[in-house]
Design a protein around this ligand. Structure first.
Ligand SMILES: [Zn+2]
Length: 353
């Protein structure tokens, strides 16, 4: 037999021990999955939800150049939540199922043989030339796409209708998701991944996603780690003004903020400057260096204890959706966490899109 074997085993043990030490010192470092979110990849679509083809290609080149592996969303999620993943994994997702994914994004993804996910609202599949049809989705599936659930009619799930009881509203929400799931299943798309339209959720809607056994994705930024909430997982929206390469590089390298994740209701009531409390699992990270941005810019960060901070915006939250974005620099990377807020009009009505 090979006389080098004992030495090889020695080195193997050595590296295993080294890895365990590294993971002990940096418990959150190696287990972060990053999900990118796009809508349109085109030049002639609304800027707010679009990235140009050239810039999308630069994104793919940046992913490639920095040595990230693009993996299917379900694999990235499962491994990141269970701490099994190694570093530098990323998933690419598209919401709404626009035709330009087929015409503009697919050629660039196919060239690299990369998997991706498209969250579709089933009512809109093939409804006009702007949307992918079922044949397109089959073709995309054959070329690396997973098709996920984005409800049937792309409804604002958190909004109870004026004439609805709570029960009727929640039955409608459930039916939105189940109808989409049944249609997708019948077409051979059996994935259990779900993306909230507009990234909007609340506790009751989130409970329905849990009850249906699905994994939920929002539109708040951040990386996925073992403490992430599997019902409202973060994704980085990359449209409009958020398509720069430097920012993308930071996002790709982001790490899940090592906090005990607590569900925080996103609907803003009378308290128009809501505080966000973050409890860190590792007090050695230097919590005084946490930076949070929200309405009014850089936010006030107060220390509650060795492991807990409280964040408050300088200004009142505006009507509509807003977010607190918190980062903590770690060498050349950032721990990243974001919280969604929704604020109604002063008369209690919902904001327009
Ligand atoms: Zn959508």
């Amino acid at each position: 037999m090979c006389s080098g074997s004992p030495l090889a085993f020695y080195f193997l043990d050595f590296f295993k021990t080294l890895l365990l030490i590294v993971l002990f010192i940096f418990p959150s470092l190696s287990f972060s999955g990053v999900v990118l979110l796009y809508h349109h990849v085109a030049e002639d679509t609304p800027a707010l939800t679009s990235i140009t083809i050239a810039q999308f290609e630069r994104h793919l080149e940046t992913i490639e150049k920095n040595g990230y592996e693009v993996v299917p969303l379900e694999i990235l999620t499962q491994t990141s939540l269970k701490s099994f993943s190694l570093d530098k994994k990323v998933s690419i997702t598209f919401d709404d199922g626009y035709k330009n994914i087929l015409t503009n994004a697919l050629p660039l993804l196919k060239k690299r043989d990369w998997p991706f996910t498209i969250f579709v609202s089933t009512k809109f599949v093939g409804v006009s030339k702007s949307y992918l049809n079922w044949e397109d989705l089959n073709y995309l599936k054959q070329n690396g796409a997973t098709i996920g659930n984005h409800t049937h009619s792309h409804a604002h799930l958190v909004r109870r209708g004026a004439n609805e009881t709570d029960e009727e509203w929640l039955a409608r929400v459930e039916s939105e998701i189940i109808t989409a799931r049944e249609i997708l299943n019948a077409k051979g798309h059996k994935s259990q991944i779900f993306a909230y339209p507009y990234g909007e959720y609340n506790e009751k809607v989130r409970d329905i996603v849990r009850k249906l056994g699905m994994t939920g994705f929002g539109q708040q930024s951040g990386a996925i780690g073992p403490s992430s909430d599997p019902l409202i997982l973060p994704r980085f929206p990359l449209s409009g003004v958020y398509t720069g390469i430097d920012a993308l590089t930071d996002k790709l390298g982001s790490l899940a903020m090592p906090i005990e994740t607590r569900y925080q209701p996103p609907l803003v009531g009378d308290n128009v400057r809501p505080s966000l409390k973050l409890k860190f699992t590792d007090p050695m990270l230097g919590l005084e260096r946490v930076n949070c941005f929200g309405p009014g810019g850089l936010m006030e960060v107060g220390r509650i204890s060795d492991t807990e901070i409280s964040i408050k915006p300088k200004r009142e939250l505006p009507v509509g959706r807003s977010r607190y974005n918190c980062t903590l620099r770690h060498k050349d990377r950032y721990f990243w966490y974001s919280q969604l807020w929704m604020k109604k009009n002063s008369d209690g009505s919902w904001y327009k899109e």
